[in-house]
Design a protein. Structure first.
Length: 202
Protein backbone atom coordinates (compact mmCIF):
# COMPACT_ATOMS: atom_id res chain seq x y z
CA UNK A 1 0.00 0.00 0.00
CA UNK A 2 0.97 3.64 -0.40
CA UNK A 3 0.17 6.67 1.76
CA UNK A 4 0.01 9.87 -0.25
CA UNK A 5 0.06 13.28 1.48
CA UNK A 6 -1.45 16.23 -0.39
CA UNK A 7 -0.88 19.67 1.12
CA UNK A 8 -1.27 23.29 0.03
CA UNK A 9 -2.91 26.50 1.15
CA UNK A 10 -6.60 26.93 1.80
CA UNK A 11 -8.50 27.08 -1.49
CA UNK A 12 -5.50 25.83 -3.48
CA UNK A 13 -7.42 23.01 -5.14
CA UNK A 14 -6.39 20.05 -2.99
CA UNK A 15 -9.85 18.48 -3.12
CA UNK A 16 -9.93 18.72 -6.92
CA UNK A 17 -6.58 16.95 -7.22
CA UNK A 18 -7.63 14.32 -4.66
CA UNK A 19 -10.81 13.62 -6.62
CA UNK A 20 -8.90 13.41 -9.90
CA UNK A 21 -6.39 10.94 -8.45
CA UNK A 22 -9.06 8.87 -6.69
CA UNK A 23 -11.11 8.73 -9.90
CA UNK A 24 -8.26 6.83 -11.57
CA UNK A 25 -8.67 3.87 -9.20
CA UNK A 26 -11.49 1.59 -8.11
CA UNK A 27 -13.37 2.83 -5.03
CA UNK A 28 -12.09 -0.15 -3.04
CA UNK A 29 -8.48 0.77 -3.84
CA UNK A 30 -8.49 4.33 -2.48
CA UNK A 31 -9.22 5.75 0.97
CA UNK A 32 -9.28 9.53 1.49
CA UNK A 33 -8.59 11.03 4.91
CA UNK A 34 -9.06 14.75 5.55
CA UNK A 35 -6.97 16.67 8.04
CA UNK A 36 -10.17 18.56 8.92
CA UNK A 37 -11.50 15.41 10.57
CA UNK A 38 -8.67 15.63 13.09
CA UNK A 39 -9.30 19.05 14.56
CA UNK A 40 -8.99 18.65 18.32
CA UNK A 41 -12.11 17.98 20.38
CA UNK A 42 -13.09 21.32 21.94
CA UNK A 43 -16.28 20.24 23.72
CA UNK A 44 -14.96 21.76 26.95
CA UNK A 45 -15.17 25.24 25.36
CA UNK A 46 -18.23 27.38 24.69
CA UNK A 47 -19.25 28.10 21.11
CA UNK A 48 -18.00 31.68 21.49
CA UNK A 49 -14.61 30.39 22.63
CA UNK A 50 -14.43 27.83 19.81
CA UNK A 51 -15.08 30.50 17.17
CA UNK A 52 -11.93 32.31 18.31
CA UNK A 53 -9.65 29.28 17.86
CA UNK A 54 -6.91 29.63 15.26
CA UNK A 55 -7.79 26.59 13.14
CA UNK A 56 -4.91 27.29 10.74
CA UNK A 57 -2.25 26.73 13.40
CA UNK A 58 -0.70 23.25 13.79
CA UNK A 59 -1.75 23.23 17.45
CA UNK A 60 -5.39 22.95 16.37
CA UNK A 61 -4.81 19.48 14.88
CA UNK A 62 -4.78 16.23 16.83
CA UNK A 63 -1.68 14.97 15.03
CA UNK A 64 -1.13 12.22 17.58
CA UNK A 65 -4.46 10.61 16.70
CA UNK A 66 -3.78 11.05 12.98
CA UNK A 67 -0.39 9.38 13.40
CA UNK A 68 -1.91 6.46 15.31
CA UNK A 69 -4.58 6.00 12.65
CA UNK A 70 -2.11 6.04 9.77
CA UNK A 71 0.05 3.46 11.52
CA UNK A 72 -2.99 1.23 12.05
CA UNK A 73 -3.97 1.53 8.39
CA UNK A 74 -0.40 0.70 7.38
CA UNK A 75 -0.75 -2.50 9.42
CA UNK A 76 -3.88 -3.39 7.47
CA UNK A 77 -6.34 -2.49 10.23
CA UNK A 78 -9.49 -0.33 10.04
CA UNK A 79 -9.93 2.89 12.02
CA UNK A 80 -12.79 5.02 13.27
CA UNK A 81 -12.18 8.39 11.60
CA UNK A 82 -13.60 11.39 13.52
CA UNK A 83 -16.31 13.58 12.01
CA UNK A 84 -15.96 17.36 12.30
CA UNK A 85 -18.73 19.98 12.16
CA UNK A 86 -17.75 23.34 10.66
CA UNK A 87 -21.06 24.74 11.86
CA UNK A 88 -20.31 23.94 15.50
CA UNK A 89 -16.52 24.31 15.23
CA UNK A 90 -16.13 20.97 16.96
CA UNK A 91 -16.01 17.22 16.50
CA UNK A 92 -19.31 15.40 16.47
CA UNK A 93 -19.93 12.22 18.46
CA UNK A 94 -19.98 10.25 15.20
CA UNK A 95 -17.10 8.42 13.53
CA UNK A 96 -16.66 6.86 10.10
CA UNK A 97 -15.31 3.35 9.66
CA UNK A 98 -12.26 3.74 7.43
CA UNK A 99 -10.75 0.59 5.98
CA UNK A 100 -7.26 -0.27 4.78
CA UNK A 101 -6.83 0.12 1.01
CA UNK A 102 -4.13 0.05 -1.66
CA UNK A 103 -3.79 3.86 -1.76
CA UNK A 104 -4.51 6.13 1.20
CA UNK A 105 -4.69 9.84 0.43
CA UNK A 106 -4.30 12.29 3.32
CA UNK A 107 -5.12 15.89 2.43
CA UNK A 108 -4.89 19.09 4.45
CA UNK A 109 -3.15 22.43 4.73
CA UNK A 110 -0.90 21.41 7.65
CA UNK A 111 -0.11 17.74 7.03
CA UNK A 112 3.51 18.40 6.00
CA UNK A 113 4.37 20.60 8.99
CA UNK A 114 5.40 17.83 11.42
CA UNK A 115 8.33 15.49 10.61
CA UNK A 116 6.64 12.55 12.38
CA UNK A 117 3.64 12.85 10.04
CA UNK A 118 5.70 13.62 6.92
CA UNK A 119 7.71 10.46 7.50
CA UNK A 120 4.55 8.35 7.18
CA UNK A 121 3.93 9.51 3.60
CA UNK A 122 5.40 7.56 0.71
CA UNK A 123 4.78 10.52 -1.61
CA UNK A 124 4.39 14.14 -0.56
CA UNK A 125 2.55 16.56 -2.86
CA UNK A 126 2.16 20.33 -2.59
CA UNK A 127 -0.62 22.07 -4.52
CA UNK A 128 0.58 25.54 -5.51
CA UNK A 129 -1.88 28.32 -6.28
CA UNK A 130 -1.93 32.12 -6.56
CA UNK A 131 -3.01 33.81 -3.30
CA UNK A 132 -5.77 35.86 -4.97
CA UNK A 133 -7.24 32.72 -6.50
CA UNK A 134 -7.13 30.96 -3.14
CA UNK A 135 -8.95 33.85 -1.46
CA UNK A 136 -11.70 33.83 -4.09
CA UNK A 137 -12.19 30.08 -3.69
CA UNK A 138 -12.24 30.39 0.11
CA UNK A 139 -14.84 33.15 -0.06
CA UNK A 140 -17.12 31.11 -2.29
CA UNK A 141 -16.77 27.95 -0.18
CA UNK A 142 -17.18 29.51 3.25
CA UNK A 143 -20.16 31.65 2.27
CA UNK A 144 -22.06 29.00 0.28
CA UNK A 145 -21.07 25.80 2.11
CA UNK A 146 -20.28 26.84 5.66
CA UNK A 147 -22.73 29.66 6.30
CA UNK A 148 -20.11 32.36 6.94
CA UNK A 149 -20.67 36.00 6.02
CA UNK A 150 -18.34 38.07 3.85
CA UNK A 151 -16.86 40.20 6.63
CA UNK A 152 -16.17 37.15 8.80
CA UNK A 153 -14.30 35.38 5.99
CA UNK A 154 -12.26 38.45 5.03
CA UNK A 155 -11.39 39.22 8.64
CA UNK A 156 -10.25 35.63 9.25
CA UNK A 157 -8.21 35.68 6.04
CA UNK A 158 -6.37 38.87 7.00
CA UNK A 159 -5.77 38.06 10.66
CA UNK A 160 -5.29 34.28 10.53
CA UNK A 161 -5.26 32.53 7.16
CA UNK A 162 -2.67 34.67 5.39
CA UNK A 163 -0.12 34.90 8.24
CA UNK A 164 -0.50 31.18 9.05
CA UNK A 165 -0.02 30.32 5.38
CA UNK A 166 3.19 32.33 5.28
CA UNK A 167 4.49 30.95 8.57
CA UNK A 168 3.52 27.28 8.44
CA UNK A 169 2.08 26.17 5.11
CA UNK A 170 4.12 27.74 2.33
CA UNK A 171 7.46 26.58 3.86
CA UNK A 172 6.30 22.94 3.58
CA UNK A 173 6.54 23.30 -0.18
CA UNK A 174 10.22 22.45 0.31
CA UNK A 175 9.34 18.97 1.59
CA UNK A 176 7.21 18.00 -1.42
CA UNK A 177 8.25 15.30 -3.85
CA UNK A 178 5.78 16.68 -6.41
CA UNK A 179 4.52 20.27 -6.83
CA UNK A 180 1.36 20.78 -8.89
CA UNK A 181 0.27 24.30 -9.92
CA UNK A 182 -3.54 24.55 -9.99
CA UNK A 183 -4.46 27.99 -11.24
CA UNK A 184 -6.12 25.87 -13.91
CA UNK A 185 -7.22 22.24 -13.90
CA UNK A 186 -3.85 20.55 -14.16
CA UNK A 187 -4.43 17.22 -15.86
CA UNK A 188 -0.74 16.83 -16.74
CA UNK A 189 0.31 17.12 -13.09
CA UNK A 190 -2.29 14.54 -12.07
CA UNK A 191 -1.14 12.16 -14.82
CA UNK A 192 2.46 12.46 -13.63
CA UNK A 193 1.31 11.76 -10.07
CA UNK A 194 -0.67 8.76 -11.25
CA UNK A 195 2.42 7.43 -13.07
CA UNK A 196 4.50 7.75 -9.90
CA UNK A 197 1.83 5.92 -7.91
CA UNK A 198 1.65 3.13 -10.46
CA UNK A 199 5.44 2.71 -10.47
CA UNK A 200 5.56 2.44 -6.68
CA UNK A 201 2.65 0.00 -6.62
CA UNK A 202 4.15 -2.21 -9.34
Amino acid sequence: MLILGIAGGTGSGKTTVVNQVAHEYLDTDVTVISQDSYYKDTSHLSYEERVKINFDHPNSIDFQLLKEHLIELRKGHSIQQPVYSFKDHNRTKETVLTKHSTVIIVEGILILTLPEIRDLFDIKVYIDCDSDERLIRRLKRDISDRGRDLNEVLDRYQTTLKPMHQQFIEPTRAYADVIIPTNRLNRVGVKILRSILDQKLA
